[in-house]
Ligand binder design. Structure first.
Ligand code: GTP
Ligand code: MG
Length: 336
């Protein structure tokens, strides 16, 4: 571990020197170096990007060994409370846990997600737990890339379990699904017909659904919701890897059945490893991010070199001087 006296100067600055002096403490689990490395991959500055690429190349052999868990749920479902209790359970089992967030809207609602680091009272000061909020002000595309790369950095720093948290608002869940091995949905009861927060689309991508707040007066209602979801799941096609999503009720506040959730997660990982779908899924995810990455880059480059023309076509479309299809055609022709 670095003491304050031995921290190289560059760690305080915006300059990065990706050499063994940086990489070796990172791989020994220095939180200071890990945080700095994550800030580097979050940066969109061209000079930082090339440093980030060099860093990721160096650490690549030490990545991939963690269990990556995605956690989502509507605001107030109890995600933070769950992660606090769940994280404590894992930390007690001597696992090293990193918690990352995907929340591109965090600047809008003042960073509620992970802004509540202090609310994770049981784990926020534990030595083997690392909590990293989402970069503020970034676009979803940027957050996705940064999170994917942060997972790799955490793995290189020796973290065994990586939790990626997101608020359930649609596109975020699909992203988290593409970044993780297990997708856990924190649901709540009293949902009525539409099964609030457990909408069809989300249910289809959840591997495990934990109906939280199974305590006090709420227990009947949780039981009803669990039954409703279980029977609704029968109507969904079985996923490609043969896993039938599991529904469990729990109380994050009272630490009830949180160990059950962990057992199911482990069962699901074993299931995937036994039928060889674990590596296949990670490969499919890499394929997805590769395709997504070069397409995004192409669009960004095309836009930055044709910005003025594209803006003027848009203006003409909006003023009714050009039809929409004509405008699109003109943009495409810029490439010829
Ligand atoms: N009764 C009960 N309350 C809970 C439980 N888990 C969380 N809560 C309460 O529900 C409220 C919201 O919990 P959070 O953990 O902040 O929920 P969240 O999903 O992280 O919310 P956002 O960050 O706003 O999306 C808090 O008042 C918690 O104390 C539980 O198991 N039982
Ligand atoms: Mg929260």
């Amino acid at each position: 571990m670095w003491s304050l006296k031995t921290i190289p100067l560059f760690l305080y600055s915006n300059y990065y020197v990706i050499n063994s002096e940086f990489i070796s403490p990172l791989q020994q689990g220095s939180i200071l170096h890990l945080s700095k490395a994550i800030t580097l991959v979050e940066s969109t500055l061209m000079s930082h990007r090339s440093e980030a690429i060099a860093l990721l190349k160096e650490i690549m052999p030490n990545t991939g060994k963690s269990i990556r868990i995605g956690i989502s749920g509507v605001p107030g479902a109890g995600k933070s409370t769950f992660i606090d209790t769940f994280g404590k359970l894992l930390a007690d089992c001597k696992y090293k846990i990193a918690i990352l967030a995907i929340d591109p809207s965090s600047t809008i609602h003042k960073g509620s997600i992970m802004g509540d680091k202090t609310r994770m009272e049981q784990i926020s000061n534990l030595e083997n737990v690392y909590i990293r909020p989402s970069p503020t002000g970034a676009q979803l595309g940027g957050v996705q890339r940064a999170t994917r790369e942060s997972i790799l950095l955490c793995e290189a720093a020796g973290f065994d379990i990586i939790i990626v948290e997101t608020v359930g608002v649609g596109q975020n869940e699909t992203t988290v699904k593409q970044l993780t091995d297990v997708f856990l949905l924190i649901g709540i009861s009293g949902a009525g017909d539409e099964l609030q927060g457990v909408k069809r689309g989300i249910m289809e991508i959840a591997d495990i659904i934990a109906i939280n707040k199974n305590d006090g007066d709420n227990m009947n209602s949780v039981m009803k919701t669990s039954e409703q979801i279980k029977s609704a799941l029968h109507h969904f096609p079985i996923s490609e890897n043969g896993w039938i999503p599991r529904v469990v009720s729990c109380s994050a506040l009272e630490n009830k059945n949180i160990d059950d959730v962990w057992n199911i997660i482990q069962e699901y990982i074993s299931h995937q490893k036994l039928n060889n779908s674990f590596e296949k899924k990670r490969n499919d995810q890499n394929r997805h991010w590769f395709e997504d990455g070069w397409k995004q880059l192409l669009v960004d480059q095309f836009f930055s070199s044709n910005k003025n023309k594209i803006t003027s076509f848009l203006q003409s479309v909006l003023e009714g001087n050009m039809t929409l299809v004509e405008g699109i055609e003109r943009v495409l022709n810029l490439n010829k």
